[in-house]
Design a protein around this ligand. Structure first.
Ligand SMILES: *Cc1c(COP(=O)(O)O)cnc(C)c1O
Length: 357
């Protein structure tokens, strides 16, 4: 039976990426050896690193003065590296979910951290609006897509202070005006590659402004100075990232990704609203994520939650159980998820409704 991959991360990747990685594991670019066992200093791998950085910049239209780094440690290490490198005295955070909370907790270790607004009062089911950011903060940190709760900030904000964003789960799903940010970071395992590599887009002139000593490996300047090759980078994952970027380019770039993602999410939200058994977790349309669509049973049908999960899983729908802190269901619809998978899920939702409602 055909499987449909709705996992939130690691998650579905283009078949093109899978095929190219399989080939390179056997014979990397005609070298006769595997991408897993060639030196990162070889001219063949150096070319992969340079091409990945270039294509990253091209597809996101990254202006001059920014660097693209590929590091280890996951987005979770960035929660600490960001304040360590950018916060001299004071920072501000928007608390929109579990990842945002983990990020702001790390900032507390480096100075005064101010939460300007939080949606925790309603279990993170909305994006706070109309808050004030103190003008003297070193930066303001946002999480653009809240993977667990299914909310998303879909536009680049004008905030009047340096802006930093965790874009782990929506990078390359839309155009981004990178010039509005001093730093953007994310784990690759949602829209780009298997887990094991973290991307960082950083504006060079935002660095060097803190008084503390930064350990060599945790200093962005170290990695900028060495073209992201200060130590052995996650070579295979960078190669996989490059394949996904090539796939995005071949389809027409991030605008096309955005159109496809909006269409898929729209189909799914429409069905959740139409279907008598279900209702969307996020009621305000403006705040709904196009990457992670969350829903719950309508009150009268709460008892059917596990049954639907089993029913759908048996029919090839993988990874639709909601995160334990949000409950219900979550279908992740990243760039590489085909529209047919969304249509297959909708068909299963309708079948189940016909049996029960
Ligand atoms: C998955 C995720 C993370 C955590 O990423 P790791 O690479 O596992 O550390 C952080 N932020 C967001 C928004 C995520 O979706």
């Amino acid at each position: 039976m055909k499987k449909h991959n709705f996992y939130a991360g690691p998650s579905v990747l283009p078949e093109y990426t899978e095929d190219q990685v399989v080939k390179a594991i056997k014979d990397f670019n005609g070298t006769g050896i595997s991408i897993m066992s060639i030196s990162h200093r070889s001219k063949e791998f150096v070319a992969v690193m340079e091409e990945t950085q270039l294509l990253f910049k091209e597809l996101l239209n990254i202006p001059e003065g920014y660097h693209v780094l590929f590091l280890g440690g996951g987005a979770s290490l960035q929660f600490a590296m960001v304040p360590m490198n950018l916060m001299n005295k004071k920072s501000a955070y928007l608390s929109t979910g579990s990842w945002a909370k983990k990020a702001l907790k790390e900032a507390e270790n480096f100075g005064e951290m101010i939460v300007v607004a939080s949606s925790e009062d309603k279990n993170f089911t909305y994006i706070p609006k109309n808050y004030e950011i103190p003008s003297d903060v070193d930066y303001f940190h946002i999480t653009t897509n809240n993977t667990i709760y299914g909310t998303e900030i879909k536009e680049d904000m004008d905030v009047g202070v340096p802006l930093v964003a965790d874009m782990s789960s929506d990078i390359f799903s839309r155009t981004v005006d990178v010039s509005k940010y001093i730093l953007i970071y994310g784990g690759a395992q949602k829209n780009l590659a298997p887990s094991g590599v973290t991307f960082v887009i950083v504006r060079e002139d935002a660095l060097g402004k803190v008084d503390r000593t930064i350990p060599t490996m945790l200093d962005y300047k170290t990695h900028i100075g060495k073209g992201s090759m200060f130590n052995t980078p996650p070579c295979l994952m960078i190669f996989a990232t490059l394949q996904t970027l090539k796939w995005i380019r071949s389809l027409g770039g991030v605008e096309v990704m955005n159109k496809r993602n909006r269409e898929k999410a729209g189909l799914l939200y429409n069905e959740i609203e139409r279907n008598n058994l279900f209702k969307p977790t996020i009621t305000n349309e403006q705040d709904r994520s196009i990457m992670n669509v969350c829903w719950v049973m309508n009150e009268d049908f709460n008892a059917l939650e596990n049954e639907f999960l089993e029913y759908a899983t048996e029919r090839g729908m993988l990874g639709i159980k909601g995160h334990r802190s949000a409950g219900g269901f979550r279908a992740s619809s990243y760039n590489a998820l085909p529209k047919e998978s969304v249509e297959a899920l909708i068909a299963v939702m309708q079948e189940f409704e016909n049996k029960k409602a």
